[in-house]
Design a protein around this ligand. Sequence first.
Ligand code: ZN
Length: 152
Amino acid sequence: MSPLAKEQLDEIHRHAVEEYPFECCGIVIGKVGQNDQDILFRCTNIQNKLHEKDPETFVRDARTAYNIDPMELMKILKEVESKQLPIKVFYHSHPEHDAYFSEEDSRMALFDGEPNYPEASYLVVSVYDKKIRDQAMFNWNPEAKTFDRAPG
Ligand SMILES: [Zn+2]
């Protein structure tokens, strides 16, 4: 999948640092016309709220998990559908953890073993001590049925 523009990567890095020590999350939507820019949506991570309300179901808090505000997600998906835009990237950060695709990340991206958005890439940004340390892009591999780290 196409990599993100530098401005967007910078914006994602800023978001990751601002949300630290919690995970940030967001979505990048592809452009329509040739002169349009991709659109980056910062999403609200409601994991802390969920964890406070129901710690048995939501064992992790936002330091090691994210959950996109469902209203925001719905709004974005509506726009995507009505304008027939491609979802390019789902991103989130890993505070004090490396840029791997966790089992939980995989579980959230799948429904019944199949990806919700097979064309989308998943970007994970690693932040240690409020500094970006690493990042990795993951794409769905339909043969292996896993998310594989993109080269580079
Ligand atoms: Zn993750």
